[in-house]
Write a protein that binds this ligand. Structure first.
Ligand code: SF4
Ligand code: SF4
Length: 84
């Protein structure tokens, strides 16, 4: 079970790929679809996120992604690595 989870708001993402390059376990990728502004947004592949928050801290777009850190069996939105 992954220790973290990431959710993207695709229309806030400008497709710069900084989060993809920075993610240590390489669990992010760029989608082929275009968002409202014509960028290819990033997405989580669904497995392997550690909840480290590096993608959150390197993203230049406030609100483009949220990291959820696992808390026991449930993923929560609390903690300094998370944006609600
Ligand atoms: S929180 Fe860490 S492991 Fe999870 S997607 Fe972001 S950089 Fe990768
Ligand atoms: S989520 Fe942020 S860092 Fe990742 S591609 Fe989009 S704008 Fe760039």
């Amino acid at each position: 079970m992954s220790r973290g989870n990431v959710q993207f708001r695709e229309d806030e993402c400008k497709g710069c790929a900084l989060c993809i390059e920075a993610c240590p376990p390489k669990v992010l990728r760029q989608t082929e679809r275009l968002n409202h502004y014509g960028f290819h947004p990033a997405e989580y592949m669904g497995e392997g996120c550690t909840g480290c928050g590096i993608c959150f801290y390197c993203c230049p777009e406030p609100g483009a992604l949220t990291v959820f850190v696992a808390d026991g069996a449930a993923a929560t939105a609390g903690g300094p690595k998370s944006k609600v």
